[in-house]
Structure formats: C-alpha cells, structure tokens
Design a protein around this ligand. Structure first.
Ligand SMILES: NC(=O)c1ccc[n+]([C@@H]2O[C@H](COP(=O)([O-])OP(=O)(O)OC[C@H]3O[C@@H](n4cnc5c(N)ncnc54)[C@H](OP(=O)(O)O)[C@@H]3O)[C@@H](O)[C@H]2O)c1
Length: 316
C-alpha cells in the first residue's frame, strides 16, 4: 500500500474520531474507498484536472468556536481525502470570512480550489470594490473561480473579471444559478461571454439542466459545477427520506457506491458535461461519505438510465 493511501486511510480515521463517529462498517467502507483511484475531470479551458467532489458552504456563516471547530476539520481533511473545490458566495452570511480565517489557520490554501460569487443583489458598478471584499474575506491574493451570482450585474462584472484574470488575480471566470427560470439568462450569458465555468442545479430528482443547459456547456467547452446535488439544504432530508427504508441495490457496487449519498453524487458527476459537484457539507461524517464518491468507478450511460428508472419508480 502506498504512503499516500495510508495517509488517506488515516485521514478517514482521524476525521471519524473528530466527528465522534465510531469505527463502524461504514467507516471501514470509507477507508476502503480511500484506496480507490481519485476521479478528476479536466477544465476544458485549461486542461487542469479537478477532483469531482468538493464542498458547498452556504451554511458556513457561523459564529461560535464550536461551530468553527467542526468546519475547520472539514476544510482540513477535504484535501487530504482528495477533494479540492470549495464553493462560497458573498450572500452566505460570514461564509467567505469563515473560510478565509480557517484556511489561513490550517495553512492549506494551495491545496484548495476557492470559488466564490459576487453579490446576488444590489449595485455592483464599483467592480474593483466588489472584488476587493472577496479577496479580503478569503485572505488570499488569488481566487480560483469568480462567478456572477444569479446574473446580478453580469455586463459590468464579466469585463472586470476578465481584467482581474489578465492581472493574475482570478484564474477562471463563471456565472451561477440554481433555478430553471434563469436558464434563458444562462444560455444568453454563454452566448455573450467566453466563460470558463458555469454553475447550475442538478440532481437525480432535478434533471432539467441536463436537458436545457449541460449539452450547450459541453459543446462550448465550458466547465460545469453542479449545486444542490441533494435537492438543496432545505429539501435534502426529503430526498434521503425517499430511500431511507431501502437497502442499497446490488448494482450500486458496480460503480463503487456504498451509500445513497454516493449514488446521488456519482449520478451527478457521471454526466459527461459535469466537472464537479459541491454538496453542502458541514459535518465530518458527511465529508467522509461524500469524498468516497470521488473515487473508483462512475456509472456508465446504461447505469445512469438504470438509476433514473429506479428513482422514477419510487413513490414521491
Ligand atoms: N445560485 C447558486 O449559485 C447556488 C444556489 C444554491 C446553492 N449553491 C451552492 O451549492 C451548494 C450545495 O447546496 P445546498 O448545500 O443548499 O444543498 P445540497 O448540497 O443539495 O444539500 C446539503 C444538505 O445535505 C446534507 N448532506 C451532505 N452530505 C450528506 C450525506 N453524505 N448524507 C446525508 N446528508 C448529507 C448537508 O448536511 P450537513 O451540512 O449537516 O453536512 C445539508 O443539509 C451550496 O452550499 C452552495 O455552495 C449555489
């Protein structure tokens, strides 16, 4: 066994200990997953490989030392387990500031791919001031991906992003949404600007973007981050409750999934247009589960249809 695999197995065990999770068969499965090859997909505009499972941080706007401590563990362990993408936004309360403080304290900035978004509403015409806030909050001199959030100020922000990219402050530029009533705006933005990334909602229970957006992104060579892979923070419990009393089908092992979360995530990232999913993750046990979905095999086209048929056959 290589040193790296041993380190990853240790990261699982220490993560489990930090989360107060006993060494159950579930943790043993997470350890086994740590031995499988990491799945990455190249960013079309650069060829840079990106691991397919990151974290979403719309619940990182925390205040107390106890809450900060668990998030610190999540951000410290994620790159040890193979993950890289951390998606945040100005609108997520203190999320950018919390990430900036914790990442500086951990000292693992260079192991992360930091993605953030400009304000979701309000005046953004002073673009330099808008961008400076995110750099200050995140305590970094380089933001990997800057996204226009829900198209607010698109036409002033994209040129500002391009200038910042030319100056080496931003590595990639993109646009993000999570509702299908903004898909026409997304298609117009793709048409108007040379974007590196888009971010869009996609899950087994919400496949509209696969019909309306993902084929265009793939055709144009635009990387895709997918948000709300469990249906969104408010709805995730209801997505999981639909399979709560069901054993994982035997076919899940054919693509190395050992939990329902891994089935949902592997379904999302096996879409050929998708580069990475950003499941909202504040708990260490969820990080361990989700990072395991970033390793091993992915469902092929036949298996993807099988997962869809299975999901569509469930009572809603
Ligand atoms: N317009 C936009 O650009 C936009 C809109 C919405 C969201 N987003 C981005 O997308 C990210 C994801 O969205 P989201 O967080 O709302 O929804 P989500 O990822 O669909 O669901 C998050 C919920 O699932 C739980 N969870 C995570 N891993 C799990 C596991 N393995 N098993 C069971 N439950 C698990 C989380 O719990 P814990 O937190 O307790 O771990 C949380 O309650 C956001 O954080 C944000 O970065 C972007």
């Amino acid at each position: 066994m290589s040193d790296r695999v041993i380190t990853r197995r240790r990261a699982v065990v220490s993560g489990a200990a930090a989360a107060g999770v006993a060494l159950t068969p579930w943790i043993a499965r997470a350890q086994q997953a740590a031995e499988l090859p990491l799945i990455t997909k190249p960013i079309p505009s650069s060829g840079e490989p990106l691991p397919v499972i990151g974290v979403g941080t719309n619940a990182y706007g925390v205040e107390t030392a106890e809450e900060m401590a668990e998030l610190r563990e999540v951000l410290a362990r994620m790159p040890e387990l193979g993950g890289k993408v951390v998606d945040t936004a100005r609108v997520y309360g203190r999320s950018e500031e919390v990430i900036g403080e914790l990442v500086e304290d951990i000292g693992n900035r260079d192991s992360l791919f930091l993605a953030t978004k400009t304000p979701i509403r309000g005046d953004v015409s002073d673009t330099a001031a808008v961008l400076d806030v995110s750099f200050r909050n995140l305590r970094t001199e380089r933001i990997d991906l800057m996204q226009v959030h829900n198209f607010n100020g698109l036409d002033v922000l994209i040129p500002a992003f391009e200038r910042a990219r030319d100056a080496g402050r931003i590595r990639y530029i993109g646009v993000s949404t999570s509702t299908d009533d903004q898909y026409d705006q997304m298609l117009a933005a793709i048409e108007r600007y040379p974007l590196d990334f888009i971010q869009v909602d996609y899950s087994i229970d919400n496949r509209t973007s696969a019909e309306r957006i993902l084929p265009t992104a793939q055709e144009r060579g635009i990387a895709v981050l997918t948000n709300v892979p469990f249906g969104g923070r408010r709805n995730a419990a209801s997505l999981f409750s639909r399979v709560a009393d069901r054993e994982l089908p035997d076919w899940a092992a054919e693509f190395d999934a050992s939990s329902w979360a891994q089935v949902f995530l592997k379904y999302v990232v096996s879409h050929p247009a998708v580069n990475a999913a950003i499941p909202g993750t504040t708990q260490m046990r969820h990080l361990l589960d989700n990072q395991a979905a970033g390793r091993g095999r992915l469902p092929d086209a036949d298996m993807r249809r099988r997962i869809e048929r299975f999901w569509d056959s469930l009572d809603s």
